[in-house]
Design a protein around this ligand. Structure first.
Ligand code: SIN
Ligand code: FE2
Length: 200
């Protein structure tokens, strides 16, 4: 395990060992069963290539009307609770008493990517966003607080944890591409990224 800092992003390489990664995947199975993945529509009308779902009091949602948090899955039911093991991880990395109220689960299948964006639908930017990578490698692109500035990339591998706080909290970031089936954590391949957020 090693920690590197890039533009305020704290990147903990290899934070989760393979055993913990496997147990997290098991923990996520019931979440995915009760809150199936969906492909959000973006305000322009297109579909995101990343499929998503959430756990917690709030889940991230998007449609023609815009981006927002919602207290229910698009099919109408409540989001499942955030698993204890994931809340423990948040406490380990942040040292905060306050718990996140959203665990967004992004699934990147072959060819999926996520454009540069800021996470700014939350009420209080003094709380960090914690990102956990599982499965295939993903090329993470990070910039500053303005669109169009200089950017850097770093590969995120299974087990890496990134803390986006302080100057990185409102920094642009995205995922250019994944290396499909570079990991064997998920039997069918793909990348799962969890982001833990304090929404309210
Ligand atoms: C996100 O910004 O929501 C996801 C970042 C990632 O997949 O690493
Ligand atoms: Fe994000």
């Amino acid at each position: 395990m090693s920690m590197l800092r890039l533009r305020g992003f704290e990147i903990h390489k290899g934070y989760l060992d393979p055993e913990v990664q496997r147990s997290l995947i098991e923990t996520l199975r019931p979440v995915l069963r009760s809150a199936p993945l969906f492909s959000p529509t973006v305000p322009g009308g297109g579909k995101m290539s990343v499929r998503m779902t959430s756990a917690g009091a709030f889940g991230w949602y998007s449609d023609e009307m815009g981006y927002r948090y919602s207290d229910h899955h698009p099919k109408g039911f409540d989001w499942p609770a955030i698993p204890e093991a994931i809340l423990d991880l948040w406490r380990d990395v942040t040292g905060l008493q306050r718990q996140p109220d959203c665990c967004l689960l992004n699934y990147y299948g072959e060819g999926a990517k996520m454009g540069l964006h800021q996470d700014k639908d939350e009420a209080d930017f003094s709380f960090p966003v914690v990102s956990i990578s599982l499965g295939d490698d993903g090329m993470f692109r990070i910039g500053g607080n303005r669109r169009g500035g200089k950017t850097d990339t770093i590969w995120l591998n299974s087990g890496d944890v990134v803390v986006m706080g302080g100057e990185a909290r409102l920094a642009y970031h995205g995922v250019d591409r994944i290396r499909f089936q570079s990991s064997r954590l998920l039997p069918k391949g793909g990348r799962i990224n969890l982001t833990l957020r304090v929404v309210t």
